[in-house]
Design a protein around this ligand. Structure first.
Ligand SMILES: [Zn+2]
Length: 124
């Protein structure tokens, strides 16, 4: 599993893990070892050549690379984590319905869970 965290989220999680590692309030030695592994991975700096490998990817409308992507180095290059666009038809799935207001049916919202027109709940 890959979990994308921004810098603040990663720092917050690292702080929680560090506190738990020091005070050992909720885990035994085995749990402490697992937490230490996660803490070390969170604090692992990205490969110094990440930006160069990311920039070398020939991106287009269906292949994108984030500037803070993850790479896996090998002797002759690196695997670069990328986003490949797949249509519903290619995946054989039904399109998702737009989220709408349960009161007025409005679909024009600002991405929040509250309808900007009537204050109702936006549900999908
Ligand atoms: Zn509404």
């Amino acid at each position: 599993m890959w979990l994308r965290l921004d810098d603040h989220e990663a720092a917050f999680l690292a702080e929680l893990l560090n506190r738990e590692l020091k005070e050992q309030l909720h885990v035994d030695d085995e749990g402490k070892g697992k937490l230490q592994t996660i803490f070390d991975r969170l604090n692992e700096p990205p490969d110094s050549d990440t930006a160069a490998f990311a920039a070398a990817v020939d991106t287009n409308d269906e292949l994108e690379v984030d500037s803070d992507t993850v790479i896996s180095r090998s002797d002759d290059g690196a695997f670069v984590m990328a986003w490949v666009y797949v249509t519903n038809a290619e995946a054989g799935v039904e399109p998702e319905e737009d989220a709408s207001c349960e009161n007025c049916g409005g679909t024009d919202n600002d991405g929040s869970d509250i309808c900007t027109d009537c204050g109702g709940a936006i549900t999908s």
